[in-house]
Design a protein around this ligand. Structure first.
Ligand code: 4AD
Ligand code: MG
Length: 496
């Protein structure tokens, strides 16, 4: 049983059998706020020990912000049992007075009056983990994804990720879009690329006929909420989805996940130009939101990148620092060129003439990342929107242009990332869509409902998909997509 004095009513002496921690938590102040307080104020904070030196100075972090708060303890008056339990990784609560700091590196600190160890951390075991305060490489951090939230780097990344998820909802809400929850289990392959994970309750040793399966048919995890979002847009006007998306593509790259989050707006009575404008406006808003709301974490990431850059050869270093890159995107218009123009630029490039591209450049190819990289990072040095792609390289639902060769598709390419957005105007003409779906071998029973919307008040409409992790990569400057999602799913990897 714990005895707690002076909580709530100043004169009361209360006993709490088990609600003790609850009381502490409810009265606690976040370190983010405590750091703004003036000397003299009494606070209680809860967090984890980042470092402990000279039996006196504890650096504490509670995840509310990047900065630690320094707690100064009067170790002569602390029971040795408590003192021994204060170690890196342990969770503690501290009650004390904010004071002006004598030391360098912080303006205030807490002079502790009361310290409780809430959860211990055995130093010998901590030694073997990334909690050990020294530099760990990103690979090791990934292997301990359950602990990496406790590092400055991943604290910063996941706070930024949160703020951007919120900003996505704010942007669309403020612009009159309705958030539509599209299904995760589906019977159709929206992209027609056949990269789906199967959902089944059938036992391998039993009857494998899909009719015996849970849904009475074959089902998969969704690769995109688009087709369902279109149905919503064709009644609600403007909708967006923002949810998990699954792709069984076996590409072990730094830009692909098997489970990622996608934002998919869909606008009725809109065409390809509206779509491009929306994508540009939305991306600029999100980048700006980060600049306005995440400066402490962004500055940390910028400085980290600058340090890392010093280890690299000069030609591989970033030309602009992280903050300059973000400001650059927010301040400059995106380049907009047709696929045909892009191919011309590529064909006439020095790279092509010197045979530096691995893949052949000719009209009709799907642009490879080396081509996208050249256009964005070498040729234009700006975000680039490419539109009107050959119909052979894009999905069945994209609207056919009058030239009979191209579709009203658009991709947004970002420096260092490549494709961040893919979208299109949708084929709204029933007969054309029917013909296309047959050409792409899409079983009619999978998409009869999609086709039917083109029979009842069909309208031009458009939308796109923005890969949330690719956005977070751009905003944090992280170069591997596995480091911007808490628990990455990639081929041969579904730990945690
Ligand atoms: O270009 P994609 O495949 O487009 C669609 O799925 C459309 N149905 C979207 C729409 O029009 N509503 O994917 C859209 C974006 C890509 O530009 C990329 O940013 C991201 O999703 N993306 C991935 N991100 C991480 N891992 C993967 N495996 C990804 N595949 C696509
Ligand atoms: Mg795409």
């Amino acid at each position: 049983m714990f005895v707690v004095r002076n909580f709530g009513n100043k004169n009361s002496k209360k006993t709490f059998p088990c609600k003790f921690y609850l009381i502490i938590y409810m009265n606690r102040i976040k370190i983010k706020n405590a750091l703004t307080f003036k000397p003299g104020k009494e606070v209680t904070i809860c967090g984890w020990v980042r470092s402990f030196r000279a039996n006196r100075f504890v650096a504490m972090n509670d995840g509310s912000c990047l900065a630690n708060i320094q707690v100064v303890i009067d170790y002569e008056n602390l029971p040795e049992t408590v003192l021994n339990e204060i170690s890196v990784g342990a969770a503690i609560s501290v009650k004390g007075i904010i004071e002006e700091s004598q030391g360098r590196g912080q303006s205030i600190e807490i002079a502790a009056n009361e310290i409780k160890v809430i959860g211990t951390a055995n130093p010998e075991e901590v030694e073997k983990t990334i909690l050990q305060p020294k530099k760990h490489n990103l690979e090791t951090l990934r292997e301990q994804a359950h602990l990496r939230f406790r590092t400055n780097l991943f604290g910063a990344i996941f706070r930024i990720r949160h703020h951007l998820a919120y900003a996505v909802h704010k942007y669309f809400n403020d612009n009159g879009y309705f958030y539509l929850h599209t299904p995760i289990i589906t019977g159709s392959d929206a992209e027609g690329a056949g990269e789906m994970f199967k959902v089944t309750t059938l036992k391998p040793e039993g009857n494998l006929d899909p009719e015996n399966d849970f849904f009475g048919k074959e089902t998969h995890l969704t690769v995109s909420g688009q087709l369902e979002a279109e149905l919503g847009a064709l009644a609600l006007g403007q909708v967006y989805t923002f949810g998990p998306t699954f792709r069984a593509e076996n590409s072990n790259t730094t830009r692909h996940l098997a489970e990622f989050w996608m934002i998919e707006p869909e606008i009725a009575f809109g065409d390809l130009n509206d779509n491009i404008s929306l994508a540009e406006d939305c991306l600029k808003y999100l980048v700006n939101y980060a600049l306005k709301n995440c400066m402490e974490d962004l500055t940390f990431l910028k400085e980290r990148e600058e340090k890392e850059d010093l280890q690299r050869p000069k030609n591989l270093r970033s030309e602009l620092n992280l903050l300059e890159r973000l400001n650059f995107v927010s301040d400059n218009d995106f380049i907009k060129i047709s696929y045909t123009e892009a191919i011309k630029i590529l064909i006439n490039s020095k790279e092509n003439k010197k045979k530096k591209f691995k893949y052949l450049v000719e009209w009709g190819i799907d642009l490879q990342s080396e081509h996208e990289k050249f256009l964005v990072e070498k040729h234009f040095k700006k975000p680039v929107v490419i539109f009107d792609y050959p119909k052979g390289v894009k999905a069945f639902y994209m609207r056919e242009n009058d030239d009979d060769k191209t579709v009203a598709a658009m991709d947004v390419l970002f420096p260092g990332i490549g494709e961040i957005v893919g979208g299109s105007q949708r084929e709204e003409r029933y007969d054309v869509l029917l013909k296309k779906s047959k050409e792409f071998n899409i079983p009619q029973e999978h998409i009869w409902w999609y086709l039917e919307t083109r029979k009842f008040g069909t309208v031009p409409h458009a939308g796109f998909g923005l890969g949330f992790e690719r956005l977070i990569m751009f905003i944090t400057g992280m170069q591997n997509i596995r480091d911007v999602i808490p628990f990455p799913r990639t081929p041969k990897n579904a730990e945690f």
